[in-house]
Design a protein around this ligand. Structure first.
Ligand SMILES: C[S@@+](CC[C@H](N)C(=O)[O-])C[C@H]1O[C@@H](n2cnc3c(N)ncnc32)[C@H](O)[C@@H]1O
Length: 315
């Protein structure tokens, strides 16, 4: 099959939203070339520093490359993507250069594009994320390995919002807990919660491509006995309150359902919200407090914020 590469030069602030737009447009993978990545020292799994090619990185912001099959609908899809990106200005998201180019690639180039940027990476005290095509030996006995093929959905595990969520899960999930993952993407957080010993994980995504990708990754990590992946909107499919609820979605979406989220967290349970750009920290904190949550910790990485809050016990 012929594939087209859509290349969008935008800002760090818009990266996640544009990535979501591309997935919604049916992209079978989004590669991110980040100006901050070039110049950062990198180690492979053997501790060897490897160099990145400067030609692969923009001087500022990020370039998102999405791969779409070349069909007669392509022109229409590109127009929809342009419109959706321009619409982000209404949410005060800066778009920087906002340049979109399109070129034709073949399937092999698309497959290897992922592999070029994605290596095993230790992202917290216990979690290491390993792409399915690499072999990796754990270095300590309590290390938890998440194997991922992120090809189809958001969630390579290395985005700051995901990294902070995994760190927050590590702090909050206890063996035997019930966990809900809203906006599971590749399933990375649901798998993380299951590996931490959760008794049951309910993973939800609105995007059917993400649901399929999460199902594949859940099986790959052998946590299908404890983890169910469903197609659904926010908390609509949640039947029982959970000890820990995690939602790595955009600030606007998080603020749209804080009261519903409050109802699906057990008393004394934790609510982890992420995907929040720095400038939205205070309004998201306020909306959580208005719903009844108490803020426990605010984590920051680059310009992203993750908030851990708790539902207080009744007196
Ligand atoms: C930023 S990604 C997070 C993926 C993964 N949980 C992670 O942390 O890497 C957000 C995900 O939320 C999903 N999503 C967006 N709106 C949603 C909604 N209303 N209900 C359920 N999922 C939604 C998107 O399809 C996307 O997969």
């Amino acid at each position: 099959m012929k594939w087209s590469e859509l290349s969008i030069h935008t800002t760090h602030e818009a990266e996640e939203a544009v990535s979501n737009i591309l997935h919604e447009a049916g992209a079978s993978g989004v590669v991110i070339e980040d100006s901050k990545e070039f110049g950062r020292e990198r180690q492979d799994m053997f501790g060897e520093i490897y160099a990145l090619d400067p030609n692969d990185f923009p001087l500022e912001g990020v370039i998102l490359k999405a791969y779409l099959p070349t069909t007669s609908f392509l022109g229409e899809t590109v127009e929809e993507v342009k419109l959706a990106i321009n619409n982000l200005i209404n949410y005060d998201i800066k778009l920087g250069k906002n340049e979109l180019t399109i070129s034709e690639v073949n399937e092999e180039d698309w497959a290897t594009a992922w592999k070029k940027y994605y290596h095993p990476v230790k992202i917290s005290e216990r979690f290491t994320i390993v792409p399915t095509w690499e072999t990796y030996e754990p270095v300590s006995t309590d290390e938890l390995i998440i194997e991922l093929d992120p090809g189809m959905a958001f969630g390579t595990g290395t985005h700051p919002t995901t990294v902070m969520c995994l760190q927050a899960l590590e702090k909050t999930v206890k063996p035997g807990d019930y966990v809900t993952d809203i906006g599971t993407g590749s399933g990375v957080l649901a798998i993380g919660a299951a590996l931490l010993g959760a008794k049951h994980v309910h993973a939800i995504d609105l995007d059917e491509v993400a649901v399929r990708s999460a199902e594949v990754n859940v099986k790959l990590n052998k946590v299908e006995q404890t983890t169910d992946v469903v197609h659904g909107n926010l908390v609509d499919t949640v039947k029982e309150p959970s000890d820990v609820v995690v939602a790595n979605i955009l600030a606007e979406i998080i603020m749209s359902f804080t009261s519903d989220a409050f109802n699906v967290v057990k008393e004394g349970g934790m609510y982890i919200t992420s995907g929040i750009i720095g400038s939205k920290k205070e309004i998201v904190k306020n909306s959580l407090e208005i719903a009844g949550f108490i803020i426990v910790e605010v984590m920051m990485m680059e310009d992203w914020v993750t908030i851990i809050s708790t539902k207080p016990l009744k007196e």
